[in-house]
Design a binder for this molecule. Structure first.
Ligand SMILES: *Cc1c(COP(=O)(O)O)cnc(C)c1O
Length: 406
């Protein structure tokens, strides 16, 4: 029988886990701040942040403290009862945003599933049962349930699972004319990431989001912002919509919301929320006291001028290093994104090789991400310090040199 102390290796992955991932060859076992150690004791600088999740680094003392305290108090009680941490966290989110109502889920997928169901339900309740069209964007990513993956803009992820939810249309991102051409009174929602993450780290233009807002108002459709990746401080504002000055009707948050503890939220207005009633939707774990307590502490730290203002200073240091590396090897055609969601597009000779750079970087002692085959992505802790950025970039540069010359 397996015990908690049994030795495990990377080879075990291929024996026991569903083959849906291709994890690196090493196994991380410990993290502190923006450093991670593997089974062999090798140390890595973390520029990946668990894919934009560990916004306060690994094992932040305040999060650990809350986890311990709440862990000794109350973990789970179900939504048959409400709980204090959930009510406190909802109040924080409402006080800091456009929202008047919040619901908690456990993943970005579930927050988006909730948002899309609510948008459809709102349209059919308030307007017409035929108002079901959802407009979304090429290369968008909204999660992996059949509904959310179908709203996402990469058909290869939704093909092969049988009939898809109907009446979902995709048009090019940042192309307002394309949206206008398909927008009509049967549209219930336009769903957009203000900064596309998985799709290649591409920020929306202000005119695009402003135009979507106007089109939605004209056609009584809801504007849904998926801020699962770009929200919770990553853009340098608490939420990216604040940077753009365009207010959505529904916003989803996850990833950094719990600083690494699974939790997500969907935010909306009283009017939109009011079409739901007890039983319309739900989740067993959603809003559990343990997740909400940790997220509450993460929120209090992230939503401060110190942390939010630090994001853009750190971005500049990232961009400076990437420009230097890019120039030396003619590696990047564009450095983009916002705040600490940094994308660097590979030049033509290196197209398709993002994973090679990612693996070489890990070998050199720095964890980075890609966003598709042509874009390197960096989504570090929002409180990563300058020494970690400098050291991680030294290691990244040496990895680049190996790939380019090897
Ligand atoms: C990661 C992500 C999701 C899905 O979140 P999960 O927690 O993996 O379900 C949805 N939308 C965006 C923009 C994301 O980056």
């Amino acid at each position: 029988m397996a015990t908690q102390q049994d030795a495990v290796t990377r080879a075990n992955f291929d024996e026991v886990i569903l083959p849906i991932y291709a994890p690196a060859e090493f196994i991380p076992v410990k993290g502190k701040g923006s450093r991670v150690w593997d089974q062999q004791g090798k140390e890595y600088v973390d520029f990946a942040g668990g894919i934009a999740v560990t916004a306060l680094g690994h094992c932040h003392p305040a999060l650990v403290e809350t986890l311990k305290t709440q862990g000794e108090t109350l973990w789970h009680i179900s939504n048959v009862f409400t709980n204090e941490p959930a009510l406190r966290l909802a109040r924080k989110l409402i006080d800091a945003t456009f929202a008047e109502r919040v619901v908690f889920m456990n993943s970005g997928t579930e927050a988006n599933e909730t948002a899309f169901k609510l948008a459809r339900f709102y349209a059919s309740t308030r307007h017409s049962p035929y108002k079901t069209k959802i407009i979304a964007f090429h290369n968008a990513f909204h999660g992996r349930s059949l509904f959310t993956v179908t709203v996402g803009g990469q058909p290869k992820y939704s093909d092969g699972f049988g009939p898809k939810p109907a009446d979902i249309i995709h048009v090019p991102f940042n192309d307002l004319h394309a949206v206008k051409a398909v927008m009509d009174d049967h549209t219930c929602a336009v769903v957009v990431e203000p900064i596309q993450g998985e799709g290649g780290v591409t920020a929306a233009t202000p005119e695009f989001l402003q135009g979507l807002r106007e089109l939605c108002d004209q056609h009584k459709a809801l504007l849904v912002f998926d801020e699962v990746q770009c929200g919770m401080g990553r853009s340098g504002d608490l939420f990216a919509y604040m940077h753009y000055g365009v207010t959505p009707d529904i916003l989803t948050s996850a990833k950094a919301l719990g600083g690494g503890f699974p939790i997500s939220a969907m935010l909306t207005t009283n009017e939109i929320a009011s079409v739901f009633h007890a039983g319309s939707h739900g989740s067993t774990y959603g809003g559990n006291p343990l997740a909400c307590a940790v997220a509450g502490t993460a929120f209090d730290i992230i939503n401060t001028p110190e942390v939010l203002n630090g994001v853009n200073a750190k971005r500049q240091l990232f961009v400076k290093h990437l420009q230097q590396i890019g120039e030396k090897y003619q590696l990047f055609s564009e450095i983009r994104g916002m705040g600490l969601l940094v994308g660097a597009e590979l030049t033509a000779p290196f197209k398709g090789r993002a994973r090679d750079f990612l693996y070489a970087a890990a070998e050199a002692g720095v964890m980075v991400l890609n966003a598709g085959p042509d874009v390197m992505r960096f989504a570090p802790s929002l409180v990563i310090d300058e020494q970690d950025i400098d050291e991680g970039m030294r290691r990244f540069a040496s990895a680049v040199e190996k790939v380019v010359n090897g």
